[in-house]
Design a protein around this ligand. Structure first.
Ligand SMILES: [Zn+2]
Ligand SMILES: [Zn+2]
Length: 158
């Protein structure tokens, strides 16, 4: 097992014990190239530790969140997703269409001015780590989105 060295180091510095389960959860998040839900993490942990409870997974995720090693984002599909927060990784945010559910990534740069103004005008240092902004995508605004198609395909209208 090779949990990310930066994270292992931060946990040690904060005085947290690195149980095999914690290391495994870190590895799973580290290996998942994008976002992963607690349920998906749980399933993978259970392949090696069949008796691990999902509350153990949530406890570890909360700890990692508190240490600002991972971010938590609600992408609107009923699952909260987790992602490693590393400086060297590409920071991004999401635009999520509330009609068709399509998600588009956008660059961190766009939120920088907001972050600066929040600090200047409200004295508030916002954690702009990983955002999801909901709205209507271009295709749905034009009435061509998947939402419309899906509606037609729904079974049993009459
Ligand atoms: Zn993301
Ligand atoms: Zn859409």
């Amino acid at each position: 097992m090779t949990a990310h060295p930066t994270i292992v180091e931060s946990l040690r510095q904060e005085g947290y014990r690195l149980t095999p389960q914690r290391i495994m959860i870190l590895d799973i998040i580290n290996d998942s190239m994008s976002h992963i839900s607690a349920e998906e993490i749980h399933r993978k942990v259970q392949e090696q530790y069949p008796f691990v409870n999902i509350s153990t997974i949530y406890r570890t995720l909360n700890l990692l969140k508190k240490l600002r090693l991972i971010s938590e984002t609600d992408l609107g599909d009923g699952y909260v997703r987790y992602e490693l927060l590393e400086r060297e990784r590409h920071r991004h945010h999401h635009l999520v269409c509330r009609q068709c559910g399509e998600s588009f990534a956008f660059e961190d740069e766009l939120l920088k001015p907001l972050q600066i103004r929040l600090l200047k005008e409200y004295g508030f240092a916002a954690d702009v780590d990983h955002f999801a902004i909901f709205g209507l995508c271009q295709r749905c605004r034009r009435g061509e989105g998947r939402g419309g198609v899906r509606k037609e395909g729904q079974h049993g209208a009459d």
